[in-house]
Write a protein that binds this ligand. Structure first.
Ligand code: NAD
Length: 264
């Protein structure tokens, strides 16, 4: 069913060809927002995702392949979105990658890539989106951080540094625009079963010689008291709330949806 709370708005979601980004894109489309998809993947599958958004929710959608580690491509994507839909009203900085290793073994190029994709890309999209949002006096910037934006885990130095960084960036963006209609918040999910996490499940299953199911249970048992994964649909619903009028005064928050991970 299509709702109309975000009708006439345009949402750009980085890293929306998969996982959480796609869940958020669908949730925003369901509220009537036009969608700019971004991320890597098979061209036919991406075309099918776009067609699905239009068919299921009656919104327009487009796609830009910018690599979030490249500021020039990010600028091209922001220009493309503005040319296609007038402006970007809702910006969801979601693209992210992971690499797991002790600091002394952490490949330098992986560090640079994680900082660029998981943190610096949000600075670039935000600086380029803000002028039009301020002119309209309405905007929503939602940064997908992580429980790792609030607490650390061994072997995730770059990821934890980037996610703590994006929580900080969200606060500054919120403060600089506090007296405007532009809000900025971070969402801090716990484990969500996406390809990014399935890779970690696979490594665990191999290392411990256990089944895929037991590896998932072990992963959850270590960190997430609910024992259940958060879903992209639940995160989509939270993003819709942050875009609503009820959330006008939610500014600079780091909003956990983590099955109790950071309550411990
Ligand atoms: P995913 O691997 O399913 O999706 C990642 C998306 O980012 C894909 O669309 C991919 O194509 C895109 N992407 C990767 N590198 C890119 C680049 N250089 N340029 C453009 N797009 C790029 O992962 P996910 O789990 O859905 O993760 C999405 C976000 O949520 C990430 O920022 C991640 O850190 C965060 N997060 C995930 C979890 C989890 O448990 N899955 C928990 C907390 C936070």
């Amino acid at each position: 069913m299509q709702n109309t709370t975000l009708q006439g708005k345009t949402a750009l979601i980085t890293g929306s060809t998969s996982g959480i980004g796609l869940g958020i894109a669908r949730a925003l489309a369901q509220q009537g927002a036009h969608i700019v998809l971004n991320g890597f993947g098979d061209a036919n599958e991406i075309a099918a995702l776009q067609a699905g958004l239009t068919q299921d929710y009656g919104v327009q959608s487009t796609y830009h392949p910018a690599d979030m580690s490249r500021p020039q491509e990010i600028a091209a994507m922001m220009q493309f979105a503005a040319a296609k839909f007038g402006s970007v009203d809702i910006l969801v900085n979601n693209a992210g990658i992971q690499h797991v290793a002790d600091i002394e073994d952490f490949p330098v190029e992986k560090w640079d890539a994680i900082i660029a994709i998981n943190l610096s890309s949000a600075f670039h999209t935000t600086r380029l989106a803000l002028p039009a949002m301020k002119e309209k006096n309405w905007g929503r910037i939602i940064n997908i951080a992580s429980a790792h934006g609030l607490v650390g885990s061994a072997q995730k130095s770059a990821y934890v540094a980037a996610k703590h960084g994006i929580v900080g960036l969200s606060k500054v963006t919120a403060l600089e625009n506090a007296q405007t209609g532009v809000t900025c918040n971070a969402i801090c999910p716990g484990w969500v079963l996406t390809p990014l996490v399935q890779k970690q499940v696979d490594v665990r299953a191999a290392n411990e010689d256990v089944s895929n199911d037991d590896a998932k249970k072990g992963l959850l048992a270590e960190k997430q008291p609910s024992g259940e994964f958060v879903t992209p649909e639940q995160l989509g619903a939270l993003a819709v709330f942050l875009c609503s009028e009820a959330a006008n005064q939610v500014r600079g928050a780091a909003w956990s949806m983590d099955g109790g991970w950071t309550a411990q």
